[in-house]
Structure formats: C-alpha cells, structure tokens
Design a protein around this ligand. Structure first.
Ligand SMILES: C[S@@+](CC[C@H](N)C(=O)[O-])C[C@H]1O[C@@H](n2cnc3c(N)ncnc32)[C@H](O)[C@@H]1O
Length: 194
C-alpha cells in the first residue's frame, strides 16, 4: 500500500526553494556552520509556539532547546512566559542575527543564548524541552541524539513527527495568524518505539 504524503507549508516552501536553486541539500561532511541549511526558514506562528510550550508543560526549571531557531521566537517566548533558560541553534548567520536582535528587543538576554551551530552536532545533555519544526528526514537524522535525552524530557514536533515513535498526544490546531491548521505531536523520554 502506498503511503499518503501530506504536503504542509514547510515542505511546500522547501520544494519550491530547491526547484529555484535557492537552497541545495546539505552535504555529508560539510564543515559545520559553513554549510547550507537543510531546510529553509518558515516561522511557527506565535500562537502555535505558545500551544507547543503549554503541551510540553514548560516550567521555570526547564531548559528549552530550539534546534533550527529561525528568528528565535521559540526560545524568546519560552523565557518571557516561563522565566526558564533557553538556547536557540541555527546554521544561517541571518537567522542568528535576527534571533539575537529579538533576544535584545524582548530583554531576555540573561536567560537565552543563541548559538551558530549545526544541529546534528549539538550535545543535548542539558535540554529538557525541545519544540521542533524541521523536515521528516531531519527528524529521522536527529533521532539518535533525541534518544539520549535524559528521562522526562519533552519533545513537541510541529507538522512532522518522529517516525516509529509513539506520541503521548497529537493535537491539530488552527492558527489565528495564518488561518492554517498545524499538527502538534508530544513525546516524552524515554521514547516509546511502535
Ligand atoms: C522551519 S525553520 C523553524 C524555525 C523555528 N524553529 C520556528 O519554528 O519558528 C528551520 C530552521 O532550521 C535552520 N537549519 C536548517 N538546517 C540546519 C542545521 N543543519 N543546523 C542548524 N540550523 C539549521 C534554518 O536556517 C531555519 O531557520
């Protein structure tokens, strides 16, 4: 039986960017921060970010990691709303600049760090919450890192889940910002294989 693939906004934008030659797929062995991003930037609407953080039951003792942080809205909102520490990683220098500007604009510099790094090289040992908005193959490649998270860590995936892992909860919400529906999947470590 053929699997039905639902084309949601991030995948549609990525396919268009590849067709136009705006991005090239990242190559294995590229030197870290110098390589092309594996996915173009599309921000999660703010109201959806809020729901993702609520689903993860973020508290002030959590450490939120956003792997591919775009303009930094996830770590900034987490620090603002919950007073927790947060780290945003991105490979694209433009996104790093925007994120740092947002950290300064919202006055959360004592809680949020923005780091230019390839997410596949990040040590996740201290992370307790990960809101994730990446393509399915990136989630697959991240899985070995996610499986090493400490017990009780929460991962909330936007639109693309973790293949072969059973979510604790799946929710579809409609954003007031883009009037589109967004599927959110919550996972808790240790991850449960299907
Ligand atoms: C779809 S956007 C999500 C942005 C943000 N997390 C949000 O939901 O609003 C994905 C981000 O991942 C970044 N990215 C792509 N490949 C990466 C890599 N290998 N390492 C770090 N960042 C990467 C892109 O530059 C982009 O900003």
């Amino acid at each position: 039986m053929r699997r039905k693939v639902r084309i949601v906004p991030l995948m549609a934008v990525m396919l268009a960017a590849l067709a136009l030659g705006v991005v090239a797929p990242g190559e294995e062995g590229d030197p870290g921060w110098m390589r092309t991003p594996d996915v173009v930037y599309v921000g999660t609407p703010y109201d959806v970010v809020s729901i993702m953080l609520r689903m993860a039951r973020v508290g002030k003792d959590d450490v939120v990691y956003d792997l591919g942080c775009g303009d930094g809205r996830m770590p900034v909102l987490a620090a603002q709303k919950y007073g927790c520490r947060a780290v945003g990683y991105d490979i694209d220098p433009v996104r790093i600049r925007e994120s740092r500007e947002n950290v300064a604009k919202y006055g959360v510099g004592s809680l949020v760090k923005i780091i230019q790094e390839d997410i596949f090289k990040v040590d996740l040992a201290e992370a307790t919450v990960l809101p994730i908005y990446l393509l399915p193959e990136m989630n697959r490649k991240l899985l070995p890192q996610l499986e090493k998270l400490k017990p009780g860590a929460r991962i909330v995936c936007h639109d693309y889940g973790l293949d072969g892992i059973v979510p604790d909860e799946t929710r579809t919400v409609t954003s007031n910002e883009d009037n589109a529906s967004h599927t959110l999947m919550l996972y808790t470590t240790p991850l449960r294989r299907q």
